[in-house]
Design a protein around this ligand. Structure first.
Ligand code: UTP
Length: 216
């Protein structure tokens, strides 16, 4: 069995931009209890956003490059602690991938989520998007108290919501970008969006029970 996890930068970095070491160590234990091949794609989080906002350029390509480098630094950091190799993804690397590994961004215009979705497509694996909310809500739950939680969302509806929000601007964030959603649709990739709660994630993996939004 292969599992692909997209680990948001907001999960491994705290609000001040420092690594959440306690969580990373817990994540290492969590991975040890999962049988099979594990692929972890790490996001840029606050580190990427701060650097992009201070970059002094409005050129999206250049800012995406800054985002990719920031996410790669996060991936290297995680890889050192959890003891899995960190892979810089390109067409050569993709033909010689180790059993389990950590990676991050690839090319401007994409996101680390889209890299994770493509790897899930390659391996016919489920894709777990680990983020700082429980899943998809009708509105931003941090801003609106009446936001309702959605246990499942149809892929076409997800594409509709994302097309209103996804401006493909460097450092911006939607629950999943349009490209990722189109890849999920073309290959019917099993997609789970869930919080960073590792007990919940473990339940989702071992007995398909736990809080999450499934995109169907
Ligand atoms: P991510 O978007 O994937 O990290 O990469 P994030 O927004 O911090 O995601 P979460 O919140 O951790 O889940 C950060 C930025 O790096 C660029 C984009 O500008 C993106 O917003 N990037 C990343 C790319 O251009 N290409 C990639 O393949 C990955």
């Amino acid at each position: 069995m292969v599992y692909v996890f997209s680990l948001g930068g907001s999960v491994i970095l705290n609000e001040t931009g420092e690594y959440n070491n306690e969580y990373i160590i817990q994540f290492r234990h969590f991975l040890k209890n999962i049988e099979g091949r594990k692929i972890i794609v790490v996001g840029g989080g606050k580190k990427a956003r701060d650097r992009i906002s201070k970059s002094g350029t409005k050129n999206n390509f250049e800012n995406d490059v800054i985002g990719i480098k920031s996410a790669y630094e996060n991936a290297q950091y995680l890889s050192n602690i959890i003891g899995l190799p960190c892979i810089k993804m390109d067409m050569d690397a993709i033909e010689n991938l180790p059993e389990s590994f950590v990676t991050s961004g690839v090319f401007p215009g994409l996101t680390t989520d889209s890299v994770a979705v493509l790897l899930a497509e390659k391996f016919g694996a489920p894709f777990f998007n680990i983020t700082n909310v429980d899943g998809i809500f009708t509105k931003d739950p941090k801003k609106y108290k009446d936001a309702q939680f959605l246990k499942s969302v149809k892929i076409d509806h997800a594409i509709e919501i994302a097309s209103l929000a996804d401006k493909r601007k460097a450092g911006t964030h939607v629950f999943l970008d349009i490209f990722s959603l189109l890849m999920i649709k073309r290959s019917g990739i099993k997609t789970i969006i869930c919080s960073n709660n590792l007990e919940n994630l473990s339940n989702l993996i071992h007995n398909s029970k736990g809080k999450c939004t499934e995109i169907k």
